[in-house]
Design a protein around this ligand. Structure first.
Ligand code: BGC
Length: 760
């Protein structure tokens, strides 16, 4: 199961150190914290306050800030960093302007939302989490950093590690799901693999973990909404992933737009100073999210724009994203003493520190290389890493149902490929698809054609619009043309699809959400497949042909009806540039699915929040002995439709009872929990073996299960392997009622299984 990225060297060359030295107006300095502090302290003494304020400004290139306006700002030292510029040519031009026009020649850094790939688009992060494979995360991190650095970028607004237990929130697509441990370990791996040994290296990228804090817990799953939770829940469930990313060395933190317990994160000096800096020892840079400083007025914690700047900088926001407020109001605030010189110097120091860590003072062109090495075609096919994308995408697919081994399909006969998402190049890339080019992505229809070749006949019918809801279409198309309505009537499309299906041996229906439906600003109250596509599935079912439903979506959906209708159900999320090929590999058995769900799939919206690591309550519901006065709904079962960690394979596995290396462990000790996993089926296959712990009796209620380890094993038919999980005190600690981090002696249950519900 271990595989590594084959690194292509074709694209560009690093500057030789000698050349770099001659190009830098600052000479060459060792990349150590001591040298950095001395360098930055000395530079600060040379800067005017206006130049310092300039360093705090992060601007997006676009209609509001055209390149000519930016040139002026650069000349006057009024800008510290740029985002949304993604070619070496444009980036080089701006850095040239800094060197030629500005007084101090402090290099700009360049950032972008490299969330799941830069040019090659990998599965969305919910899909990456489904791999339950850190090697996959490492490949995504390395390739993303390589491609982004090769475009001249220095920083990414990633990883996004907002734990979320509410699939109504559109941004669950960007994160790693409901589980604290899985999110933390995926986030940590991405930071390590993107930053590499040093963010100054030619193909490394500095990360900026987001959105600090707890953005994934917005009330009702409604975008930008309030977050309110106990400190225990905040620290036990929501904070660990940010902490893990920072412990891995993330150079940046993007601050959340939401408030937590009444204080907007952008205004929260406890969060950004006491916790982040003083307790966690963070040395990097804090960046406000888009426009967040002016939003403090609407939050009701600042009276006007100047006041918002006072609140934000005093709270610990170093760099201001996409507003001119710092530049406009900081001079007056300094004069009046509402913001101290120390506060300005600290914020500036943090910005200069990360530039130093990025190696920009040694070589402002460190991620650009010599001009002659710029690619003639930024979108050249040779710049993509398709093999890596196909492999990660294969591993991200989750088989939810496979009645009578409907899958894998045989490469013969006639196959009807149906559905509005079957041939959509844009949708398969998902949200935040960076500099990915839709035209370079492989749709499911194309992938199936590629994989079956001339062995089978493939017919296609769109069958339905993604949605016929005019209000939804208008919303999705508000900023860009994203969803189109077919010229034909819904009935004509349906009839065409039914005809195509009737003439085929099997139907592959590709349905779900368009990419814009699972994005920032795309919360839903109804998380079912849109009505137009439900009607399509019902009509296809009536043909009596085997119905394979391929789901494309960025959140758990309510799928009770589809689960009944479909003979096979494959969750593919948004699988990226090579998605269509990977999906076809799995549909036709060239690859055996091994993905597992990183979020529970509710039966209905009324069940939300439904997550596996809940507390037991004093009256837990027992499905074997149902009782009225227990914690339940009377019109719905308690369990989700598909639990966290769930996913089938074309083969079957057995798991032996758990054995422990010792029955007890002391605080400094370690025990090992082991099982033997056997492939009891007829095909080679992989599965993620999962370790869950329960603190049975503690000073406060602890979850019924907590994921504390997983291992992906790949076995031939009949083959067995022993899987060992070491457990030490770290797996048992929690924040108690007095907000002390403790591990309490007592009894712990150890469960191992292939999903969170079926454990030994
Ligand atoms: C999002 C961030 C993103 C930023 C820059 C904001 O709207 O909340 O996640 O990094 O835009 O694109």
């Amino acid at each position: 199961m271990k595989w590594r990225l084959a690194v292509s060297v074709a694209v560009s060359m690093a500057l030789s150190p000698a050349l770099a030295e001659t190009q830098s107006p600052f000479g060459h300095h060792p990349l150590t914290p001591q040298a950095r502090d001395a360098f930055v302290s000395s530079l600060l003494t040379k800067m005017t306050n206006d130049e310092k304020i300039g360093q705090l400004r992060l601007i997006s290139v676009g209609p509001d800030n055209p390149k000519e306006a930016i040139r002026e700002m650069i000349k006057e030292g009024q800008v510290g960093a740029i985002f949304n510029t993604v070619t070496r040519k444009d980036i080089r031009a701006m850095q040239d302007q800094v060197m030629a026009l500005s007084r101090l020649k402090i290099p700009l850094f360049f950032a972008y939302d490299v969330v799941h790939g830069q040019r090659t688009i990998f599965p969305i992060n919910l899909g990456l989490a489904s791999t339950f494979n850190l090697d996959s995360a490492r490949v995504v991190g390395e390739v993303s950093a390589r491609e982004a650095a090769d475009d001249g970028l220095n920083m990414t607004w990633a990883p996004m590690v907002d734990v979320s237990r509410d699939p109504r929130w559109g941004r669950v697509s960007e994160g790693f799901g409901e589980d604290t441990y899985l999110t933390a370990i995926m986030g940590r791996t991405l930071v390590e693999s993107m930053q590499g040994k040093s963010p100054a290296d030619r193909y490394s990228l500095m990360t900026s973990v987001k959105h600090f804090a707890a953005y994934g817990a917005v009330e009702g799953g409604k975008e930008y909404n309030t977050v309110d939770m106990s400190p225990q829940r905040l620290f036990n469930d929501y904070m660990p992933p940010y902490k893990a990313a920072l412990d891995a060395g993330s150079g940046g933190v993007m601050v959340a737009l939401n408030s937590v317990n009444g204080t907007p994160s952008t205004a929260d000096s406890w969060l950004l100073k006491d916790l982040l800096r003083d307790q966690w020892g963070f040395k990097g840079i804090t960046i406000s999210d888009h426009g967040a400083i002016k939003e403090l007025i609407k939050h009701g914690v600042a009276s006007d724009p100047k006041d918002a700047v006072r609140v934000a900088i005093n709270a610990g926001i170093n760099m201001s994203m996409s507003d001119e407020y710092y530049s406009k109001y900081l001079p007056e605030l300094l004069k009046s003493g509402a913001v101290s010189q120390q506060e300005l110097d600290d914020a500036t120091r943090h910005v200069l520190n990360v530039k130093y860590d990025m190696g920009l003072f040694n070589d402002p062109y460190s991620h650009l290389g010599p001009k002659e090495s710029d690619p003639a075609d930024t979108n050249a096919e040779s710049r993509l890493h398709r093999d890596a994308a196909r492999q990660v995408a294969r591993e991200s697919l989750v088989l939810l149902k496979n009645r009578l081994n409907t899958l894998p399909l045989s490469k013969s006969g006639t196959i009807a490929v149906v559905g509005p998402l079957a041939d959509s190049k844009r949708d398969i890339m998902g949200s935040w698809s960076a500099a990915g080019v839709a035209d370079q992505s492989v749709t499911v229809l194309q992938g199936i054609k590629n994989v079956v070749g001339d062995k089978a006949t493939v017919h296609y019918a769109k069958g339905a619009n993604v949605t016929d809801d005019k209000g939804a279409v208008a919303f999705l198309n508000e900023y860009e043309p994203a969803v189109t309505l077919d010229k034909r009537s819904p009935q004509a499309m349906l009839d065409d699809a039914v005809k195509t299906a009737s003439q085929s041996d099997v139907i592959v229906a590709v349905v779900g959400e368009s990419q814009g439906m699972a994005h920032e600003a795309s919360s839903r109250t109804d998380i079912s497949i849109p009505a137009s596509q439900q009607a399509l599935l019902a009509a296809l079912k009536k043909t009596g042909k085997p119905l394979v439903v391929v789901l494309m979506n960025g959140r758990p959906l309510t799928l009770v009806k589809e689960d009944q209708l479909a003979d096979a159900l494959l969750e593919t999320w948004f699988a990226g540039t090579e998605g269509g090929n990977a999906i076809a590999d799995v549909l036709f058995g060239d690859d055996n699915p091994s993905g597992k769900l990183p979020m529970s799939f509710p039966r209905s919206v009324g069940q939300i929040p439904v997550y596996y690591s809940h507390l037991n309550t004093g009256r837990p519901y027992n499905a074997d002995k149902p009782d009225k006065y227990t914690s339940r709904y009377f019109d719905e079962v308690n369990a989700p439709l598909y639990p966290f960690g769930y996913g089938l394979s074309y083969t079957t596995f057995s798991v032996s009872p758990v054995t422990m290396s010792a029955p007890t462990m002391d605080k400094k000790g370690q025990v090992t929990a082991s099982v033997t996993v056997t492939n009891t089926g007829k095909r080679q296959g992989a599965t993620a073996v999962q370790l869950y712990l329960q603190d049975v009796t503690a000073s406060m209620s602890r979850p019924v299960k907590m994921l504390r380890g997983f291992r992906k094993v790949n076995l031939k038919p009949g083959q067995s392997t022993t899987v060992n999980f070491p457990i030490d005190v770290h797996a048992l600690t929690f924040w108690n009622a007095r907000m002390q981090q403790v591990a309490e002696p007592g009894k712990f249950n150890v469960f191992i299984g292939l999903d969170s519900a079926r454990v030994q």
